[in-house]
Write a protein that binds this ligand. Structure first.
Ligand SMILES: [Zn+2]
Ligand SMILES: [Zn+2]
Length: 228
């Protein structure tokens, strides 16, 4: 429903996205299942500033002194200084939407704290965090939405640049994510990751996609033009 990722590079970890606040409860057991602990986490990187991605960021920053970073164009959103640029729910179906809202609610989605302090990065940066992801700016979902290419893991972490599950309609497969501020720009931005090779495309919502980056993009375009 809402994904956060733990990337292990030689025993040191980067967390990508912080879900909703209550996902913090699952963190210790998830780390333990990898033979790791919170002591091994070095950084939290946010793909964008939406409230269902910054959930436990402030808590882990304060309690554990773990630095939080985000693209410069979404920093103000993560700090809560500007309103969410995405308007409304778009197309919805009642049952999946209620499921998403309920999932968020019982995991503290309404008490998400903004992040007091974030460091920022720009397009094309290679981040000095475990896994050394390369940053590709893919604006549209939000102005500072980024894709993180962990090429040594052959994993492309796309945030909400595309989704494989629409939390508002229940529709599955690669598609433009719900709550996208500028869908036209989001579609155009996908050409920025076209041609990349990765064994797995990992979205903020939905299952991992293992059918290749370009095929995922093709499916998004088809779904956007109503040919899915
Ligand atoms: Zn989002
Ligand atoms: Zn999201």
């Amino acid at each position: 429903m809402i994904n956060a990722y733990l990337v292990d590079e030689g025993g040191e970890l980067t967390i990508v996205d912080a879900g909703v606040a209550g996902l913090y409860r699952d963190l210790a057991s998830e780390l333990a299942s990898m033979g790791r602990s919170i002591e091994d986490v070095r950084a939290l990187v946010l793909t964008h500033g939406h409230s269902d991605h910054i959930g436990f960021a402030e808590r882990i920053r304060i309690d554990r002194d773990i630095p939080v970073s985000i693209h410069e164009a979404d920093a103000a959103l993560a700090r809560g200084e500007v309103p969410n640029p995405s308007k409304g729910f778009g197309k919805t179906k009642a049952a999946p939407l209620i499921g998403f809202l309920w999932f968020s609610l019982i995991r503290g989605g309404l008490r998400t704290q903004h992040v007091g302090e974030v460091s920022v990065f720009g397009d094309g940066a290679t981040l000095d965090v475990p896994g050394s992801p390369h940053v590709i700016l893919t604006p549209g979902h939000t102005p500072g939405s980024t894709v993180l290419d962990f090429s040594s893991h052959r994993a492309l972490l796309v945030g909400d640049a595309l989704s494989t599950y629409a939390v508002t309609t229940g529709s599955k497969g690669p598609q433009i994510a719900p709550f996208t501020a500028d869908p036209t720009q989001a579609l155009e931005s996908l050409s920025r990751i076209e041609g990349r090779s990765a064994d797995v495309v990992l979205p903020g919502h939905g299952d991992p996609w293992t059918g290749g980056v370009d095929e995922a993009i093709q499916r998004v375009r088809m779904s956007a033009s109503g040919r899915s």
